[in-house]
Design a protein around this ligand. Structure first.
Ligand SMILES: CC(C)(COP(=O)(O)OP(=O)(O)OC[C@H]1O[C@@H](n2cnc3c(N)ncnc32)[C@H](O)[C@@H]1OP(=O)(O)O)[C@@H](O)C(=O)NCCC(=O)NCCS
Length: 161
């Protein structure tokens, strides 16, 4: 089991830190255990780290997603109340046509709904509704996308945030 964890972690680091073509980066993540719905239709930027070291956690990514440079997707989390420090594991699900802006951190086991836009530098600690725009630390919904005939015609930004 330990050698499998090592292999997964090694592949994820390789995919993250080597300046590779997108296809190769996606393929290395697949070998590590990330599930891509359609690997040919996902862009994973340079410096993206998908932490999938354990056998009990999973990361699934839908079609037509763009994951910006420097993003971190974690699958082990600190149990805030525990002494000594204890970690628990979880899974992250990312739907179709999700855009994740550069340097986002996914810090909890969440679902990011299809069509969502995550602004650059966001910290994701809760589920992200489909077709919403979230931003900030922690990320909050600031807009809903309206898709008409396959085209994003309007993004309503909530000025009250
Ligand atoms: C989220 C994003 C798509 C919004 O773009 P937009 O719809 O054109 O929105 P605007 O730029 O008009 O900004 C709307 C408001 O959100 C704020 N805002 C935009 N991006 C923000 C971010 N990442 N974090 C916090 N606030 C942000 C703006 O300051 C503005 O606030 P205001 O209304 O108080 O002035 C864009 O800002 C973003 O984060 N893009 C990601 C860029 C990136 O990662 N590129 C690499 C791709 S691989």
């Amino acid at each position: 089991m330990k050698s499998r964890s090592f292999r997964r972690t090694f592949l994820c680091y390789l995919a993250c830190y080597f300046p590779l073509p997108n296809r190769l980066r996606v393929a290395l993540h697949q070998l590590a255990g990330v599930h891509f719905e359609n690997p040919g239709k996902v862009f994973v930027g340079y410096g993206v780290f998908i932490d999938i070291y354990s056998h009990d956690c999973s990361v699934a990514i839908g079609e037509h997603c763009i994951i910006g440079t420097g993003t971190r997707i974690y699958t082990h989390y600190l149990d805030g109340g525990a002494i000594p420090h204890t970690f628990y594991e979880g899974s992250v699900n990312i739907g179709d046509r999700v855009f994740i802006g550069t340097n986002t951190v996914v810090a909890k086991p969440v679902t990011i709904g299809s069509g969502a836009v995550v602004a650059a530098n966001s910290l994701i600690t809760r589920d992200v509704p489909s077709y919403s725009v979230v931003m900030g630390v922690p990320a909050r919904v600031v807009a809903e996308r309206e898709i008409k005939k396959g085209i994003d015609v309007r993004v309503k930004i909530n000025k009250q945030r």
